[in-house]
Design a protein around this ligand. Structure first.
Ligand code: SAH
Ligand code: TRP
Length: 334
């Protein structure tokens, strides 16, 4: 389906938003629910967290004292944005899972200051955030073209326009950690193909650290992360006519020391029989049965280098903060 929204001439530059999500993507939720809830260990993929409310809750997570990732990644970008722009000569950004793109401004500002900024291409499954960011950035950055893509970065990257010059692909927020290790390498390899001539990937990853610090970041004292996690049940209730009793689930987050990832789950506090009308599906949860909703891998510099190498990429620069909480890696095709 292509494009839903016509280009609009705005004072600062041009905005267009192309949407590749539609009825077929209610299908994707339906397929994921059918597949995930009938497995021996129940599971749902994380992209379904991000409806309008989920995206708002995620923004609230980014402001939490326990969630050091966002402010640390911003600090790293602020420290090194000029260097990143100088090394890459980037004229356009293709941002994967852009969300509300608050940290992206640091890169856009550095490109504007260097006089190279031409185009911004945010890609996200959340239609509300892509539209909001597209309008906002087009107004704020003089002469910027914004080409928004509402789509799934695992399925719709073939629809991106050709590069207009050296391309930089920011994939921030540690979202790469939400892929299991094998899919992560496959996905990174695919990204190599869309970088274009002289293109670079800018990859934000959370680093392995004290498990207590990690666990607090996914189980904050204000309970925002719990709300966010539970929101996926509201999404399934609304979109697929399911009747999850959301109050009878609790948020679980723990660091798996062996696999070096945070695992997020929802635990049924009592036995529950769930009907998913749109799928004509009945699913039973036993008391304390858990549904896995996300993994968030934590990296070591060596592990990251190995992943990049296995994906045919090479590290150009590894930027981190003084406490080595988070890393931003600049990479290109080997
Ligand atoms: N880049 C922002 C947001 C990170 S949260 C930051 O660093 O703060 C992850 C973002 O990726 C959300 O906006 C979510 O909607 C988006 N997302 C998750 N899975 C996606 C997928 N499969 N395709 C496209 N976007 C996805
Ligand atoms: N990509 C983010 C991360 O792994 C997403 C995230 C943060 C998240 N907190 C969460 C996902 C809580 C689910 C629940 O850090």
């Amino acid at each position: 389906m292509e494009p839903i929204d016509a280009p609009v001439q705005a004072p600062g530059g041009t905005v267009e938003v192309h949407s590749y999500l539609g009825p077929s993507d209610e299908r994707s939720l339906a397929d994921d629910v059918l597949d995930g809830l009938t497995r021996p260990l129940k599971e749902l993929p994380p992209k379904h967290f991000y409806d309008a409310r989920g995206s708002e809750l995620f923004d609230a997570i980014c402001e939490l004292p326990e969630y050091y990732q966002t402010r640390t990644e911003r600090l790293i970008l602020e420290t090194h944005a000029d260097d990143i722009v100088a090394r890459t000569g980037a004229v356009e950004l293709v941002e994967l899972g852009s969300g509300s793109a608050t940290k992206t401004r640091v890169l856009l500002d550095a490109m504007a200051a260097a006089g190279t900024l031409r185009r911004y291409i945010p890609v996200d499954v959340s239609a509300t955030t892509v539209h909001a960011v597209a309008e906002l950035f087009c107004d704020e950055y003089d002469g910027l073209s914004v080409y928004g893509v509402v789509g799934d970065f695992e399925r719709h990257l073939s629809h991106l326009p050709e590069p207009v010059g050296p391309r930089l692909v920011p994939f921030l927020g540690g979202t790469i950690g939400n892929f299991p290790p094998g899919s992560r390498r496959r996905f990174l390899r695919g990204l190599g193909k869309m970088l274009g001539p002289g293109g670079h990937l800018l990859l934000g990853t959370d680093l392995v650290k004290d498990p207590h610090v990690l666990e607090a970041a996914y189980d904050d004292s204000a309970g925002v992360t719990a709300q966010f996690n539970l929101n996926v049940l509201h999404v399934v209730n609304r979109e697929l006519g399911a009747n999850f009793d959301v109050d009878a689930f609790e948020h679980v987050a723990f660091f798996d020391r062996e696999r070096e990832w945070i695992e997020m789950r929802l635990r049924a506090t009592e036995p529950q029989q769930v009907r998913v009308e749109a799928l004509d599906l009945d699913v039973a949860f036993t008391a304390r049965e858990e549904l896995r909703t996300e993994i968030s891998a934590k990296f070591t510099p060596d592990g990251l280098g190995a992943d990049l190498a296995a994906a045919g990429l090479e590290l150009v620069e590894f930027y981190t903060d003084p406490d080595e909480l988070f890393a931003v890696s600049l990479a290109r095709v080997r």
